[in-house]
Design a protein. Structure first.
Length: 159
């Protein structure tokens, strides 16, 4: 192997070690990366529940998906994203994180209702894409609120 190849391999290995440290760390970048992964998982759950419940109507499917994905996301954020399992109880995470999720539910419900009024009935995948876009925008605001309020490292919360 040439010196150039060995140097390149070392650089890639060093970058991987630094990235791993960030992903496991409690800095903003690490927390945000984990937040995005949790968001993707909970959005996948939302989509599955939405499709399964869509026979009951768009709003019912939206509510069912929001409840299931919020419960999952709040617990994963508590344990993984913010490493707050020891400081924040399950109930506190669900209560406060769920309160923030209500804002998202209202926004997605209004978006679905407005979209249906403008376009009419469309396939669930189109509806999921709309909700995902709205949820992504709200997710950025929610990350800041969860980090600063619900899972703040400055406060040790108990049930």
């Amino acid at each position: 192997m040439s010196d150039l190849t060995v140097t390149g391999i070392h650089r890639v290995a060093d970058a991987a070690v630094r990235a791993r440290g960030h992903l496991r760390g409690d800095d903003t970048l690490g927390q945000f990366a984990r937040y995005v992964v949790v968001g993707a998982l909970s959005t996948l759950l939302y989509g599955l529940v939405f499709v399964a419940a869509d026979v009951a109507g768009d709003q019912v499917a939206n509510l069912a998906g929001a409840i299931a994905s919020t419960l999952l996301a709040n617990e994963l954020h508590r344990r993984l994203t913010f490493h707050a399992g020891g400081q924040v109880s399950w109930f506190t995470a669900q209560w406060e994180g769920g309160g923030l999720a209500v804002i998202g539910l209202v926004a997605t419900s209004l978006a679905l209702a407005g979209f249906q009024t403008l376009v009419g009935d469309v396939r669930p995948l189109v509806q999921i894409a709309l909700v995902t876009g709205v949820t992504g925008a709200i997710g950025l605001v929610r990350f800041v609120a969860l980090r600063a309020w619900v899972f703040s490292t400055g406060s040790a919360r108990r049930e």
